[in-house]
Design a protein around this ligand. Structure first.
Ligand SMILES: *Cc1c(COP(=O)(O)O)cnc(C)c1O
Length: 409
């Protein structure tokens, strides 16, 4: 770093998180002491590694109300989503081939559905969402057919933080005898989730979104009422009850287990704190600027999520002006093509406004001081960019830009 201490603020905790020091501490011995293969049955190195994996399995299961044997370790939520969807479609092909999901799901779900459709293995209904990002339960009910084998609706959205009504969705799925998968990557370990109470049959999660390491995750697979079956997508040594072959990533699994244990312990207090910080940031920005709009649900959202559109400001230009602050823009996810976010478009937000959006992801290690600094910098940058915007001037003067006759000028 240069002479002046350059300040950096990380506020992109939906993209990934800093690994919690408690997690690092739990993982370290796995590299140089307990480095055995948990599948080695004939010596202590293997038994010790296996004991660590068992402990991690218990910890993960506990936080979501599952039993340890129902947890299948994977390389992350993308793999868990693929295994859940492809595994169900292949195994239950005699029963039907219809999947119901939503337009605001993560690409790990949407692109998996697209791949299944392309191969002719499934037909997929993509439910629309309302202006807050919620699916309509009646639309869900009426889209179920005799061919429907799976409903896949995410827990909390990674862009706008909207939390779907999992209880109700689980109830509908049970009534109709359809399996229910949820991508809970932004939920499990952040907000309460209970696979029994919510009628969840399959649940994807990832360590690196909850202060654990990258490249490890899990899929919960219900063992009873009903016993969920899956066709494995990786063949080999038959690890993880045959659902997922491959030598277990013991350090990663230990990290996921520790991250989940810590999450379970701190969740309540942490969420109160994050909500306070989020509201402070929201007021610090929205209270000082006009023509700004909150995206997502005002209440039913992740405590650490704030997504705002700044009319008359290019999100990318705003990010450039905030180089020392890590946040995401509403066009960042597909930045190669600079498409506006499909999630924001699904809410009915126009391309123009979607391009002006910024996602703030507050996390465990953010401070009140950082929140105040970010709010001040954002307000300053937005004002600066708007001063250069003739459109903003026209809007301020009360000229309706939609009906303005450009040709006459
Ligand atoms: C990050 C994320 C994923 C992908 O998780 P990886 O572990 O990085 O593969 C899937 N779904 C949601 C909602 C996410 O936020």
């Amino acid at each position: 770093m240069n002479g002046k201490t350059m300040r950096r603020v990380y506020m992109d905790n939906h993209a990934t998180t800093e690994v919690d020091p408690r997690v690092v501490e739990a993982m370290l011995p796995c590299f140089s002491e307990t480095y055995g293969n948990s599948g080695s049955r004939n010596h202590a190195f293997g038994w010790e590694a296996e004991a660590l994996v068992d402990e991690a399995r218990e910890r993960v299961a506990k936080v979501i109300g599952a039993k340890a044997k129902e947890i299948i370790f994977t390389s992350g939520a993308t793999e868990s989503d693929n295994l859940a969807l492809k595994g169900v479609v292949e195994f239950y092909k005699e029963k039907g081939n219809h999947i119901i999901t939503a337009t605001t799901e993560h690409k790990a779900i949407l692109d998996t559905c697209k791949a299944l459709e392309r191969k002719g293995l499934a037909t997929v209904t993509y439910l629309p969402v309302d202006a807050f990002g919620l699916i309509d339960l009646d639309a869900l009910r009426s889209s179920i057919t005799d061919e429907t084998i799976l409903i896949s609706i995410m827990h909390a959205n990674n862009e706008i933080g909207t939390i779907q009504p999992l209880h109700e969705i689980g109830k509908i799925a049970k009534e109709r005898g359809v399996l229910f998968h949820t991508d809970a990557t932004q939920g499990a370990g952040k907000i309460p989730v209970d696979v029994e109470a919510m009628g969840i049959d399959l649940l994807s999660m990832s360590a690196h979104k909850i202060y654990g390491p990258k490249g490890v995750g899990a899929l919960y697979v219900r063992a009873r009422n009903p016993r969920v079956r899956l066709t494995p997508q990786l063949d080999g040594g038959g690890q993880e009850r045959g659902f997922r072959s491959g030598t277990l990533n013991v350090p990663g699994i230990v990290g996921l287990g520790k991250a989940m244990q810590v999450a379970g312990e701190v969740m309540e207090g942490e969420n109160e704190r994050l909500l306070r910080l989020r509201e402070r940031l929201r007021q610090g920005i929205m209270g000082k600027l006009d023509e700004v709009f909150l995206n997502g649900h005002p209440m039913q959202r992740l405590p650490g999520n704030l997504n705002i559109s700044f009319a008359f400001v290019e999100g990318e230009s705003l990010l450039m002006g905030l180089k020392d602050i890590a946040v995401s823009s509403g066009s960042a996810c597909t930045s190669a093509t600079l498409e506006p976010s499909y999630v924001l478009k699904a809410l009915g937000i126009g391309d123009e406004l979607a391009h002006t959006s910024i996602r703030f992801g507050l996390g465990r290690f953010n401070t009140e001081e950082e929140v105040d600094y970010v709010a001040e910098r954002v307000v300053h940058e937005v004002n600066r960019l708007r001063e250069m915007s003739p459109l903003y001037e026209m809007a301020r003067e009360g000229i309706d830009l939609k009906t303005f006759n450009w040709a006459r000028e």
